[in-house]
Design a protein around this ligand. Sequence first.
Ligand code: 3HC
Length: 311
Amino acid sequence: MSLHNEEALFLKKIEQEIKIEARDWMPEEYRKTLIRQISQHAHSEIVGMLPEGAWITRAPNLRRKLILLAKVQDEAGHGLYLYSSAETLGITRDELIHQLHTGKAKYSSIFNYPTLTWADIGAIGWLVDGAAIMNQVMLCRTSYGPYARAMVKICKEESFHQRQGYESLLALSKGSDQQKAMLQDAVNRWWWPSIMMFGPSDSESTNSEKSMLWKIKRQSNDDLRQRFVDATVDQANILGVTLPDPALKWNEARGHYDFGEINWDEFWNVVKGNGPCNKQRLAARVEAHEKGQWVRDAAMAYADKKKKRAA
Ligand code: 3HC
């Protein structure tokens, strides 16, 4: 088939909602965009284990510890499916990890903030996982088959993560004055970084035009951010917390909440590697990878031995 026909077939499949599969012809830019987005997503899941992992030993009781352990393990699983999905596009796991460890690949800005109290763990579940699902449900319908299929299980688990976070905050909201203050303080610190997770505003989003055309992304950064704000205000009222934005107000004419200006300088500063915990997070990942070298060596030696025996 000529290149022209290959491209026409590709575009027709996109139009007809037929998934693009690993062996199908695809434009080089589509492949690169997917590798960029899926790997950034995978890295976010893996780096995202760090701020919560820090609280596993300090969870207030056995039930909370079990939930948190399961949640952090889920994130590891999500990272692994997503790396596998990126590998179907012709990049190796080693290259992906190298890109993360050398600062070439991005991961979500949100994981560069510290978890200072137990309430932060609930706030991450409620706000961070809540924002993540708002963005990721659309990815179950993304045009690339291996990514879309991975997202189905991920979204189910993320929805459990969001609920456990909210339930944990609900417990704090019925607790002592000190617990209520801890809850409010966590919400104050996590609210703005959570709404930054959706990425730059549509007018600044360099990748959106192509990604929407190719149905990699199905909704824009600003639309998803607005949906998240709209969904979260009532939940905050039930918790009895104030969201730290004086401009947050229902707009009858728009049928949405208006909200204040995001501090984009802060966002880009974190994305460029200068957030409160960027260096610590990368250092922890590099150290874990280096310490795991013996496991990879042993697995390779075992596979080699098995192959030789079979031969
Ligand atoms: N953090 C860091 N970088 C970000 C960002 C964020 N929150 N939002 C956008 N960026 C980067 C983009 O990667 C892009 O840089 P690049 O061109 O060098 O890659 C640049 O800012 C411009 O942004 P665009 O809007 O043009 O980028 P995208 O079209 O890729 O949209 C996105 C950004 C909405 C995050 C999209 O990539 C996406 O939907 N990704 C999949 C979901 C994902 O990765 N979520 C991350 C959180 S997952 C998670 O948190 C785990 C869970 O357990 C909580």
